[in-house]
Design a protein around this ligand. Structure first.
Ligand SMILES: [Zn+2]
Length: 295
């Protein structure tokens, strides 16, 4: 999902700001690789508006999401890895089952990588047989630890949230987590929160906040192209969902319609976040169904 960014500015100022921004950021490269600050072997590969983490060790590379749905990101991803190391790419780990993150892994498979995903992701892939998604070789239930060339990566399942197959990948030594689509850097949830489990997502956020980590790598850059966040982003996302939930619960208890709830509920604290105007009404509808029908 591409996140459009609008900030509450006057029309004139907005026009000036956009012109300046375009001049400064004209033609951003379609993809780029950055080393995560404070580490010597953890990288982020970004292609368009999607990103994934990879870890380089002397014995091989642990890659994550191929992010290649209907585009050649995997080829670029592999070339970027091979500019850094000639060590083999040993693993590709899926963040969750959604195709925009996991499609296009075949070039990694052709190099001999082992694919790993949560067991529910494998079940979904086997059932739906999406085009161009490599079926995982190994699955994770609640926890699996990958050790390679001195690196330790935990694959943790904290329950249902943005999907029923989301992993939290944690590097305990570096205090980094990579988890996708449910803990954005200041983000309203995507559209109508399809495949999202309410209220489980709030419980999952509390579990992640309790974990020992400092740096968040999400599946999409945040406002201004920011590629990493902090625990504060997880706390803010939990607060957003709790505020949204409470406001919708109130509207339902007052007998308001979907349309009135969508029109009247405002959460000004989150107005500067990308997609506030576009996605808040759809997020409201998701919570309306939860409080009105228990679904
Ligand atoms: Zn997703």
């Amino acid at each position: 999902m591409l996140r459009l960014r609008f900030i509450g500015l006057s029309a004139a100022l907005l026009a000036t700001t956009m012109a300046t921004a375009q001049a400064q950021t004209a033609a951003p490269p379609p993809y780029a690789t950055t080393k995560v600050e404070g580490t010597d072997n953890v990288y982020i590969f970004r292609f368009g508006g999607h990103q994934s983490m990879f870890i380089v060790t002397k014995d091989g590379v642990i890659a994550t999401d191929p992010i290649s749905e209907r585009r050649p990101a995997a080829k670029a991803y592999i070339e970027e890895i091979q500019k850094i190391t000639k060590a083999p790419i040993k693993y590709v780990i899926y963040s969750h089952s959604h195709y925009d993150h996991i499609a296009g892994g075949k070039p990694f498979k052709d190099l001999g990588a082992t694919f790993i995903a949560h067991k529910n992701a494998k079940a979904r892939i086997v059932a739906l047989k999406p085009d161009d998604v490599v079926v995982p070789d190994q699955v994770v239930d609640n926890k699996k630890v990958i050790k390679l060339g001195g690196a330790t990566l935990e694959l943790l399942y904290v329950g249902k949230n943005h999907s029923d197959s989301t992993l939290v990948m944690r590097l305990p030594k570096e205090k980094i987590i990579f988890t996708v689509d449910w803990i954005p850097i200041q983000g309203i949830q995507f559209r109508g929160m399809a495949d999202t489990y309410v209220p489980d997502i709030e419980e999952g956020l509390k579990k992640v906040i309790e974990m020992d980590w400092e740096t968040l790598i999400p599946g999409h850059p945040g406002p201004g192209g920011k590629q990493t966040g902090t625990k504060e982003n997880a706390r803010e996302e939990l607060a957003y969902l709790q505020d949204l939930s409470a406001a919708v619960k109130q509207a339902v208890s007052e007998g308001k319609s979907y349309a009135d709830a969508q029109k009247e509920i405002k959460l000004p604290k989150y107005e500067p976040w990308p997609n506030y105007n576009a996605f808040l009404p759809m997020n409201i509808e998701r919570y309306y169904d939860f409080w009105n029908r228990g679904i």
